[in-house]
Design a binder for this molecule. Structure first.
Ligand code: BGC
Length: 363
């Protein structure tokens, strides 16, 4: 029986691919979610499983998901999993039991949802990975995110640019990455290293701690206190006489943790990168204490996820614009990627001009 169902899904997938060939649109291609549910009623339940509140973007996502999905006519169940992975697993199971038609997941640990997503698939539910890729399972249908490798590239470029503005090298820098259970962390790091490694190889940039590998520079749980502790140790062990010129930080929360550590060591601020356009970091950028951040408009990302839900509701499939970059170890997950923007003091007013919270900070 299972076999028959599977091959029916395969035929559906093949015909959807065939259709894609003729119906290609400018904004992307339509791709089928193999084995995904067909269309469903507008008033259906949509589940949204968010991770911990490790940055402001997640808090805003909760609000915008509730608003946008309700406005579009759905019932919503939007949950944070501050208690960790097992809480998120339970929340997803409960969304399945309640009859959700689509579950949007911002995973805490992208590799720990296999059992729940198999149950979701068996119940005909479509799974959209939101912001963070879900790994090691076939049962994820779509991915919607900002281009994570590009985020890292922009951070690496900003760091080099900021260092050059400060004077000539060689420069001493330290590296910092996000939580190893979040699939984004390695992508951000790889993107940044694609820019920084050539400068390291040429000797223009040095890493006095010697901590260069992803596994040595990660920050468990994206927690500020973990980054701060690591930098306290790095500074006391390697910078008693050396100057710290720059830090690659994967996001704003961790950038501020590093700046706290630097301050308590009585050192001047290094050129430091960030991500998320958090209020406190935008203030620091305008003061010249943080060099850069990344603008990833949460409203646009949630908006894109809701567009996918609407397409699934009415057509049974969603539009994607990248069907090759996100291999999760079991399949290439069709993705819709949005473009991140680098922000420094120079372009902050322009980038945030339509943001009611951030625009006033840039005046
Ligand atoms: C997001 C970042 C965020 C980090 C910590 C990542 O998955 O892409 O925007 O800073 O999680 O919350």
């Amino acid at each position: 029986m299972r076999k028959i169902i599977k091959s029916a899904a395969a035929i559906a997938a093949v015909s959807a691919v065939a259709l894609t060939g003729c119906g290609r649109q400018d904004s992307g291609s339509t791709s089928s979610a193999s084995g995904a549910a067909g269309t469903f009623d507008k008033g259906s339940l949509i589940g949204v499983a968010l991770p911990q509140k490790t940055s402001e973007n997640w808090v805003l996502a909760e609000k915008v998901f509730n608003e946008d999905l309700t406005k579009a006519g759905y019932k919503t169940d939007v949950q944070f999993a501050n208690g960790g992975v097992s809480e998120q697993q339970n929340q997803i199971s409960s969304m399945i039991t309640k009859g959700a038609k689509v579950i949007i997941v911002g995973a805490i640990d992208g590799k720990q949802l296999g059992t729940q997503l198999k149950q979701a698939k068996d119940a005909g539910i479509t799974i959209i990975a939101y912001d963070r890729l879900i790994e090691a399972t076939e049962n994820v249908d779509y991915y919607v995110a900002f281009d994570n490798f590009k985020v890292g590239e922009l951070q690496g470029q900003a760091l080099l640019e900021g260092l050059k503005k400060k004077g000539s090298g060689p420069y001493n820098i330290e590296l910092l990455a996000g939580s190893p259970d979040d699939a984004n962390s390695k992508r951000f790091f790889d993107g940044a290293m694609s820019v920084l490694q050539p400068a390291i190889d040429k000797g223009e940039v040095k890493i006095p701690s010697g901590q260069k590998e992803f596994s040595q520079v990660v920050t468990q749980g994206w927690k500020a206190e973990n980054a701060q502790k690591r930098f306290d140790t790095i500074l006391s062990g390697n910078y008693s006489s050396a100057k710290l010129d720059g830090v690659l930080s994967p996001n704003d929360t961790l950038a501020r943790a590093v700046l706290t550590s630097v301050k308590s060591a009585g050192k001047p601020n290094p050129v430091i990168t960030g991500q998320d356009s958090e209020v406190e970091s935008v203030k620091l950028i305008m003061k010249g204490d943080q060099y850069s951040t990344i603008s990833k408009d949460t409203r646009a990302l949630v908006g894109q996820a809701v567009t996918m839900v609407n397409d699934l509701q009415s057509k049974g499939k969603a539009v994607t614009n990248d069907d090759k970059s996100y291999n999760n170890g079991k399949k290439v997950v069709p993705a819709f990627l949005l473009k991140p923007i680098i922000v420094t003091r120079e372009n902050a007013a322009e980038v945030y001009k339509n943001d009611a919270t951030l625009a006033p900070l840039t005046k």
